[in-house]
Design a protein around this ligand. Structure first.
Ligand SMILES: Cc1cc2nc3c(=O)[nH]c(=O)nc-3n(C[C@H](O)[C@H](O)[C@H](O)COP(=O)(O)O)c2cc1C
Length: 153
């Protein structure tokens, strides 16, 4: 199975660390979003899409990439993020917009992963940021375990 991990990581490089750990576990190609397009994605069976969370959703460039895709059949996808705050199902599911877009484009979303990342946006800067040191080794190990399990699903 050919795997690809597409990511955006603009705040502190937090999501890039997670994306790298996942790509290692999957033996996948790792691409920043600006290098990904429909032609590239067509070549893969399993595609991960991840970024930091900005104002309650994934980075606009990642959402735009998916908006611009044709319908893709027979492809599995997974979604990941790093964020300042925890994802709360039903209340604050910041993965939902990206997952819905992927499904509308015919991809089957088979998993999702989220971990905390250093956040110095806004008022958090006053206290030197939140989640200092994150993602940490444990987060990256969990990222790898998550991706490794997808490979066998
Ligand atoms: C402009 C901006 C908006 C953010 N909005 C949110 C948010 O709505 N919810 C949240 O949990 N974290 C938010 N964060 C924190 C980031 O999601 C977090 O720091 C993330 O790990 C950044 O990933 P990156 O370093 O890969 O860009 C925001 C950060 C920035 C800079």
């Amino acid at each position: 199975m050919k795997a690809l991990v597409v990511y955006v990581s603009v705040h502190h490089g937090n999501t890039e660390k997670v994306a790298r750990a996942m790509a290692d576990a999957l033996d996948a190609c790792l691409l920043p979003v600006e290098q990904a397009d429909a032609g590239v994605l067509e070549e893969y069976d399993l595609i991960g899409f991840g970024s930091g969370i900005y104002f309650g959703r994934h980075h606009r460039s990642l959402l735009n990439l998916v908006d611009g895709l044709p319908v893709l059949r027979n492809k599995k996808a997974f979604v990941f993020s790093s964020s300042g705050l925890r994802k709360v199902r039903f209340v604050h599911d910041f993965h939902r917009p990206l997952k819905e877009k992927l499904r509308r484009k015919g991809l089957t979303v088979i998993g999702e992963f989220s971990c905390r990342g250093l956040d110095t946006f806004g008022a958090t800067r006053i206290v030197g940021g939140i989640n200092r040191g994150r993602p940490d080794e444990e987060d990256l190990r969990r990222s790898q375990d998550f991706a490794g399990n997808l490979a066998t699903s």
